[in-house]
Design a protein around this ligand. Structure first.
Ligand SMILES: C[S@@+](CC[C@H](N)C(=O)[O-])C[C@H]1O[C@@H](n2cnc3c(N)ncnc32)[C@H](O)[C@@H]1O
Length: 295
């Protein structure tokens, strides 16, 4: 493996020896590293979790200990693939389709009909741009695609772009594969399951059909950095900022705000805690904010 060859002279490589947990000092060093890269604050209570997750990178790279792996990471360029693997490992990717059903009830019963009415009246083009920020394995983006495919009249007339972005390379690869477990599919209405997905031979996974995959795209992106895209009509920012400190939240919200079109909407997760950073937006619901049309 290239990584092995590249690091062989630098770090001790040894047969797998059971490692205990990181020490408090190691935890603090890793936490600082993770914070600088992602904005996530790792609390001391996460010692076991962090140890388990770093241990998996030790196993995969063959690097002998927590300190050696830390030193290795700090020597790598920021775009080294091992950084991607590490970030994928230390972040939490829990997600499923139709998470927070209230949001999707609103999306189907209010948001899409309003877009359709505006397009009919000529006050907006037949175009819809949606961003699932921190999309994990794509479940949120595919939920939006299901609802659009099922509920938006004259779909063929519309230009739809649903973009999912996430810092985790593995999560993005999984999203691109468009396959979902039974567990991820548990809240998907039966009629959508049969219309928009095929069950694979083992009947364990559901493969999204092209009617959905044609609407979505995924790419890796760190929310602390700018996303080079045109503004979106609707942005989902859910279940990601919970472990971010105020300074990082502010950076993310600044990046996200710059990509919400005038009159566009932001759906926030229940624990995002960003209300104070959106005081100039209209708060339509506890979780729904609208950028004023004129600012
Ligand atoms: C718990 S999942 C949330 C997925 C989806 N939004 C939902 O609510 O179901 C959180 C995701 O945030 C991503 N994440 C964490 N820090 C990030 C950052 N700085 N930039 C982009 N994505 C990040 C993680 O990789 C993970 O996939």
């Amino acid at each position: 493996m290239i990584l092995h060859d590249a690091i062989a002279p630098l770090v001790p490589v040894c047969p797998v020896v059971p490692l205990k947990e990181v020490t408090d000092q190691q935890l603090a060093r890793y936490a600082e590293l993770i914070y600088r890269r992602t904005g996530i604050r790792v609390s001391p209570q996460k010692k076991t979790l962090l140890s388990n997750r770093v241990r998996r990178r030790l196993r995969d790279t063959g690097i002998a200990g927590f300190d050696a792996y830390y030193e290795h990471l700090t020597r790598l360029r920021a775009d080294d693939p091992e950084w991607d693997e590490f970030l994928q490992e230390i972040t939490t990717h829990e997600t499923y389709l139709f998470r927070d059903e209230t949001h999707w009830d609103w999306f189907r019963a209010a948001f899409l009909p309003q877009c359709a009415a505006e397009a009919r009246l000529g006050s907006r083009p037949y175009s819809l741009r949606i961003w699932s920020a921190a999309s994990s394995t794509g479940d949120e983006a595919f939920t939006a695609a299901c609802c659009i495919a099922a509920c938006l009249p004259n779909l063929a007339r519309w230009q739809i772009r649903i973009l999912g972005t996430d810092i985790g390379v593995g999560a993005v690869a999984q999203a691109k594969a468009a396959r979902f477990s039974q567990r991820a599919m548990r809240l998907v209405p039966k009629s959508y399951q049969t219309r928009f997905f095929d069950k694979d031979a083992s009947a364990e996974l559901w493969q999204a059909r092209s009617v959905l995959t044609d609407l979505v795209a995924f790419r890796q992106q760190n929310l602390l950095e700018a996303l080079g895209e045109r503004p979106f009509d609707l942005v989902f920012l859910k279940n990601v900022l919970i472990y971010f400190d105020p300074a990082s939240k502010q950076r993310v919200v600044q990046n996200v705000r710059s990509l919400i079109a005038p009159g566009g909407l932001l759906v926030a997760g229940p624990a995002e805690g960003i209300g104070d950073l959106l005081k100039d937006y209209v708060r339509l619901q506890a979780w729904l904010y609208q950028r004023p049309r004129k600012q």
